[in-house]
Design a protein around this ligand. Sequence first.
Ligand SMILES: *Cc1c(COP(=O)(O)O)cnc(C)c1O
Length: 397
Amino acid sequence: MPTQFTKQFTQQEPIPEEGIAAALAVMRHGRLHRYNLLDGELGETALLEQDFAKMTGAKFCVAVASGGYAISIALRALNVGYGDTVLTNAFTLAPVPGAITAVGAVPEFVGVTPSLVIDLDDLKAKINKSRVLLLSHMRGHICDMDKLANICRDANVKIIEDCAHSMGATWDNTPSGCHGKIGCYSCQTYKHINSGEGGLLITDDCDIAAHVVMLTGSYMLYGRHLASPPLDIFDKFKFVTPNLSGRMDNLRAAILRPQLRSLSTKIVRWNELYHRVEAGLRGIVGLNVIERSKKEHFVGSSIQFLLLDWSSKKIENVVRRCADRGVEIKWFGSVEPIGYTSKYYDWQYTSTTRMPSSDRVLHGLLDMRLPLTFNLDDCDLIAQIIRAEVTAAYSEN
Ligand SMILES: *Cc1c(COP(=O)(O)O)cnc(C)c1O
């Protein structure tokens, strides 16, 4: 009987005891709504915003109900609306085109390279179709941000960054989320900090920040924020902004604050796991690991590899055999999306032209989560199983 892997790829670490204690305190006093504060009380949500602004170096931060909500609010704050076109990655997660559609806009997908980043040549070709790029650092892969920023600057295109998988990452020492006008993050269970659901938005622009605070549903209580612009900025927005109710609450914020404090040590651990699996996958015939730029300090919370130009049948074999041995690999090339693996042309509420070079990458793309409940021995075993099954499938007809 071949060796089996028995841990769960979806099992996160528990909430730190400090977070549980803080959550209990919120539940005991009962003031879960972010604006439900005693005189002089600051509130966990406002404090979380302050903590995150400090961590990223952003001037302003707003905590919201989800990452997808943060993105749609970011689009609205840049006055994207009905009928507008928004450039975005062909390789991303379904909430991204969903957020664009939520504001009545239409996504224009930009291709993906074999390094799993946005295709900058394709971006250049399409840049005049929109005044906003929603750049998704899908699976934490960060493109050459200097080149991208130049392309967008020349065309006067504003950037919103979707950092659902790049919270804590940097490009050339600038935190992911600080390269454009707005950075959006998710605190959903499978991302880098876990409150079940939740999102964060950062910006240095005081008009955008005030607009966003009003949009999230602050009523006239925006003065209770701590990472927010001066009160007079709100005069421009307070009577002309619809309340799109999507705030974060103090319970989630209480759980998140201790997790933010330990994020940098978690990133070290994630990257140890990532590099261990990657080392074990190097040199397998027919398998390409994803090479990354030296300027990219990523968070290895998941790992991808390519079986480029393999037949569907062979890739299916690899996925099935690995699954039989307990290694859960997701394949973006399957005809029907499974779990989260939908592709740009599966989002049939959008219209798009197929991109053969992106399709080639997506067809061969395999993906695995690396939860922190794994250790280095687990990584060795996972890589060993993949090596055996890829090698066996490769030599079959
Ligand atoms: C998870 C995710 C989102 C949306 O986050 P939610 O908090 O689940 O709404 C957006 N983009 C990417 C790339 C994601 O993985």
